[in-house]
Design a protein around this ligand. Sequence first.
Ligand code: ADP
Length: 667
Amino acid sequence: MGLFTKIEKKEIQAPDELSGLKDRFEKGHFPEEVSRTLSKEMERLENTDPSVAEYSIGIHYVGYLLSLPWNRYTEDNLDMARAERVLNEKYYGLKHVKERILDFLAARTLCSIEAFHVLVVEDEEIARNNMEFVLKKAGYAVDTAVNGIKALEKAKEKSYDLILSDLKMEKMDGMQLLETVKKRYPQTEIVLITGYATVSSAVDAMKKGAVHYLTKPINLDELRRIVAQIRDKKKYFQIARGPILCFDGPPGTGKTSIGKAIADTLDRKFIRLSVAGMRDEAELRGHRRTYVGAMAGRIINEIRRVDVRNPVFMLDEIDKIGQDFRGDPASVLLEILDPEQNAHFVDHYLDVPFNLSAAMFIATANAVENLPGPLRDRMEVIHFPGYTEKEKVRIAMDYLIPRQIREHGLSWHSPRFTEEGIVRIIRDYTREAGLRQLERGVAGICRKLARMILSSPKETSLPQIDERTVERFMGPPVYKSEIAGAKNRIGVVTGLVWSEFGGEIVFVEATRMKGTQQLILTGSLGSILKESAQTALSFVRSQAPSFAIDPDFFKDMDIHIHIPAGATPKDGASAGVTIATALISLMTGRCARRDVAMTGEMTLSGRVLRVGGIRQKLHAAQRAGVRRVLLPRRNENDLKDLASEDVEGLEILFIEEAGEAAQFTLE
Ligand code: ADP
């Protein structure tokens, strides 16, 4: 019985539903192809029995297409001075990042505010002069040509935003001109002007890529309106055009929030979509409608949610897209990110292209190195290097703490955090290049303060958060300095590596036992790291006498090298010198100083090669309490770009030969 009533209800409602959709269709503006698809689908629905499943699938599809922002934009705010102010007010430091972003925005802005160049192609002199006059008066840069051939000559010299061309002309007519221009200069828009008698060829022209057509005699108001429309549209595409920005750096270094700030300064909507762990292309691009329960993909869904087609769209963690991704992730990402390709983005559910090129895409990654070459080469990578302790303290004092205080409703109670207290939080409770754990720590303290206020309403003064009180709020320290207080040992050497979480210290351990000349490797080792270990061992064996080691030390022995914990380094090769030093320490029986840390790739003969991530590695050394850092001589120039803060508290020595590392490390 229940079932019957349901169906009845649907039958009564269905035609209403369809006529509502028709109404929306008639009132809206849609691209040609979409209009065609919609009309066809609605026609089909009219002849479909509303009680069959297909009907409701069709209704949903039409409703979905109608609801997309095919022509809705937000107006851009292109005030560069304001952009600079917002970035400087909201973000501490990151000078190099801000500069790069402002340069990028400036170039895009310039493209979009530059004069709009129009070429009028018309053989009748009076009509030509009229159009030229009206358009110049409206502020456009206007050139004229008397036929298609002359127009092509001009288009060769200058790039036009728009060509307005008569359809009927001698020599080369408008249609031929249209075809050639679309082939050679796809960015140039074309409007054809037709006589009443040739409306059908105007439709043909639209199929070949003209954006519009005007009928003769030309209504000058209409001309102005249409040209202005095309100019406005182009403006949005210009700012999104150009290389794709990719923010690369460890977590918590401000990538997402700077992306949001860019959207704010441009007055654009902001979308953030993480692709980490995505396995299926359909998640991004939807399922075909033939699937039961098919849906549009996340990209289109997000665009629909913000209801404009020109948001700032952040695709987060593109280096973490699922390993077992079905389809080729790089080509899918390129198709989404690249303005040339995404102008024809087809979501499988929609089945008609949605032009994504007005959206400004920004990608983020923790390790761009892991991205496939073609994708990496198409992006303009901006590195977010991570912060020193001093920078973190400043950011905490000026940004994170005031924000957390506000968010926890504590403003009237003005809790006080001292600098020493923050340093304590950073040293004892965090181990990161960014600010996530620190922010979480501060938030945790704020929650406890809020509870204190509520549980004893009369007591108005709150305890100060300083070096001594931190532990009361945060419990026992999570990280003890790995260096201070640790004993120097034989075969254990401190190395500096660079992973996607920023710089890190690792303790390379080497030990030996009776055996059959095997090299055993364990820990978080990538294949490059394994090769470095082999190289280091061969080096020590071949140079044994110079380190006063018995050349036969490997006979009847197994050697075991272990690199504990931590993420797999981005630059496995840079542990070469550390491994060699651990082996020399083991073979000579001399203890290695814990507070000496090193990084460097090495050749078989022991030459020390340049490595990456120096700044991050130095920060890791500072965090861990290292005193002396050994760097490849070939990295000496990198230090010139660093601030005094980056090397504060560290004695830096440069080495050329792997053997020197042992001299500076072993007791
Ligand atoms: P990511 O996207 O790199 O993981 P987030 O953008 O989430 O990092 O940043 C983490 C937190 O640190 C945010 O609350 C952000 O506002 C803050 N933050 C990061 N860098 C700065 C900075 N330079 N100045 C002020 N706040 C910052």
